[in-house]
Design a protein around this ligand. Structure first.
Ligand code: HEC
Ligand code: HEC
Length: 605
């Protein structure tokens, strides 16, 4: 079980003075800005890409927009946007404080948490606190006195203290209390009603970390079969944790039949007894039950957010098919679907529980659902958008399960957010079934040439077209559509390395030693620096797949430290093991010291 290293948990007491000082200027700027209508972005044509929303009292909700870095304030009486203001670069989440007047938003690009003040028709920044790189979600604990920020690529949870405002005119104060290194890249979080515990899910595989927020400890990690956890909610009686995710059968070939019968991939809500989640001795794989989303003939690819209404009904979204499901009662399996906007990712229950809204990322809208009638109430546009270009059309295709036979899965089901679930899938990428391959990350794939493990595709267009017809058994895309997906893939950069910069002088020396080993061992012949760390060769490095194939294209080493498993069949689970146990491309063995140095170098790429 991973535990946190006491040495690496440190406290950062940010000077509250600075935060207050910043608050003062931000406040002044914000007031000036509100006088100047040009700062209100409501009428500006832009791509917003809303990713999260939270409800404040006084009938207001705040929506965080990732691409525009703006926040939109929506009045739930009139369902209109009352103001939109740019506050960051790439927002990833937003959560309300219990005072009903302030929200916390995470900025994935600025690596910060922003404290915002909200009033009808007004939103302004009060202060910001730097957190571990790439924050993707924030959870406020029930008492509102602490919050947790999950940072994806830096694999860190930052705990914040939130001191309530002293008087009406004083803003709350936020400061970093602890940082907890994580054994996996975290994404979705769920604060438990006991006020002490927090469940944090792996962004790619089905792992849940149980964190004690009071003692700032990662207690243990639970895992079960699956991947792509995108939603978590606690049942109103507190007894079960509802988790939306997918389950890929790595042994099933991606044939028409295995997709058709739901044998390749299932879209699920898993119901885990809270007792089992919190007891490391119980087997989570056997615990609980599953609710299948979609059926034969009508799949429901890519389950997303999940929530409970005030009358204890469950609402969940299927992001890949633009639908929400409202379960009449918790044990029902069959449910009528409600159409939403494009790619609903989050669902939020508002207005005293009578209404639910979905946040539709790819058409900049919200869908309002009448909970008791189980019907669509209205669509709310967050503002005008330009005509979608190739990139936007490609993004929409990438996250669309309608590209697959019967809508079971999208590209994102295997290449999560363009990265990878880290699992194996038995596709025709290598020209055969029976030799499952590790799903490749598409972050940075634009710099590869050729594509696929065996280098079988000479153009990215061929690889994409083939993925649709053979991995998903969908209708062939038109050449322009393939071009659109390729244009989208061209926007995806390699994931940042686990340890980009030296952390000390000793670490800097180790990194340099590693670079020397890399060149001395001739690694650069196949993994060519300085940009791609790959090459167009197809070589035999002594590894064979189940079909006897031995020739593979050297994978890019950009962001290689973010891979859960290595090599074409994922046989190795760490960079250390690749050189220590497999002796990958080493003429003679390396000393332990040189292996450590080489691995340190690879973790900086
Ligand atoms: C069932 C899971 C699955 C689905 C769905 C899927 N892929 Fe893949 N993808 C894989 C696997 C596995 C590989 C590696 C296969 C191999 O090389 O033999 C791969 C490889 C790729 C590569 C090569 C990357 C490189 O750097 O060489 C690209 C590009 C790609 N997929 C794009 C897509 C796109 C676009 C979609 C949606 C149209 C998609 N994939 C759907 C599993 C999947
Ligand atoms: C002759 C070409 C060649 C040389 C030299 C070479 N590699 Fe590789 N490397 C490959 C190939 C091919 C694979 C994929 C093999 C497979 O998965 O079956 C690979 C895989 C890897 C991987 C795993 C990447 C992943 O995502 O799974 C790492 C890391 C790596 N090499 C690092 C190195 C280092 C460090 C050296 C020098 C010690 C080195 N390689 C030398 C061809 C080479």
């Amino acid at each position: 079980m991973p535990s946190i290293d006491a040495q690496s948990t440190f406290r950062v007491d940010l000077s509250l003075k600075t935060v207050q000082g910043a608050a003062l200027c931000a406040l002044i700027l914000a007031q000036q800005a509100s006088a100047d209508a040009s700062h209100d972005l409501r009428e500006i044509a832009q791509f917003r890409r809303p990713v999260a929303a939270c409800a404040l009292d006084k009938e207001l909700i705040v929506v965080a927009n990732s691409r525009s870095g703006s926040v939109s304030v929506v009045d739930t009486e009139t369902w209109s946007v009352t103001v939109e203001r740019q506050i960051g670069e790439r927002l990833s989440d937003v959560a309300a404080l219990p005072d009903g007047r302030h929200v916390l938003a995470t900025d994935e690009q600025e690596h910060a948490v922003l404290l915002l003040g909200v009033e009808a028709g007004k939103i302004w920044e009060i202060g910001r606190v730097p957190v571990a790189n790439h924050p993707v979600s924030i959870a406020v604990m029930p008492d509102g006195r602490s919050a947790a920020v999950a940072s994806l690529w830096s694999r860190t949870l930052t705990l914040l203290d939130v001191a309530a405002s002293a008087g009406d005119d004083e803003p709350p104060q936020i400061s970093v209390r602890a940082t907890i290194p994580f054994p996996f890249p975290p994404r979705v979080q769920c604060a438990l009603p006991d006020g002490r515990h927090l469940i944090v899910a792996d962004a790619f595989q089905a792992r849940l970390a149980v964190v004690n927020v009071e003692s700032a400890e990662l207690k243990f990690v639970r895992s079960f079969a699956g991947h792509n956890i995108r939603g978590m909610a606690v049942a109103p009686d507190g007894r079960d944790l509802y988790v939306t995710h997918q389950l890929l059968n790595s042994a099933a070939p991606t044939t028409f039949d295995s997709i058709h019968w739901g044998n390749l991939l299932e879209n699920l809500i898993r119901v885990l007894p809270m007792k089992a989640v919190l007891d490391p001795e119980t087997d989570l794989v056997r615990a609980g039950r599953s609710i299948l989303l979609g059926t034969t003939g009508s799949g429901a690819g890519d389950p997303g957010g999940v929530a409970f209404t005030d009358d204890d009904r469950l609402i969940a979204v299927a992001s890949g098919v633009d639908k929400a499901a409202l379960f009449p009662e918790l044990h029902s399996v069959v449910t009528p679907w409600i159409e939403t906007g494009r790619r609903p990712t989050e669902v939020l229950v508002v207005a005293g529980g009578a209404t639910a809204i979905t946040v539709n990322m790819l058409d900049d809208s919200l869908t309002v659902i009448d909970v008791s009638e189980r019907t669509l109430e209205r669509d709310v546009s967050l503002g005008p958008t330009p005509d979608p270009g190739p990139r936007e059309r490609g993004e929409s295709l990438f996250f669309d399960a309608r590209l697959s036979h019967d809508r079971w899965l999208s590209c994102h089901s295997c290449h999560t957010d363009g990265h990878t679930t880290g699992l194996l899938a038995d596709t025709q990428g290598d020209g055969s079934y029976g030799s499952p391959k590790r799903i490749l990350s598409l972050l940075g794939t634009r710099d590869n040439n050729p594509w696929a493990w065996n280098g079988g595709f000479r153009t990215l267009h061929d690889q994409v077209g083939n993925s649709v017809t053979t991995s998903m058994h969908g209708e062939a895309l038109a050449p322009e559509q393939i071009g659109d997906v390729v244009a989208y893939l061209h926007t995806l950069e390699a994931p940042p390395p686990l340890i980009p910069e030296p952390t000390s002088e000793d670490d800097a020396r180790l990194l340099e030693q590693g670079r020397t080993v890399f060149h001395a061992e001739g690694c650069a012949r196949c993994h060519v620096p300085p940009l791609t760390y790959t090459s167009d060769q197809i070589v035999d490095v002594g590894l064979e797949d189940e079909q006897g194939a031995r020739k593979f294209n050297p994978p890019s080493l950009r962001g290689v430290s973010q891979n859960e498993r290595l090599l074409h069949d994922g046989r190795v689970d760490s960079l250390e093991a690749l050189f220590r146990d497999e002796g990958h491309q080493l003429e003679t063995g390396l000393s332990d010291d040189d292996v450590a140095a080489l691995v340190r170098f690879l973790r900086s790429l």
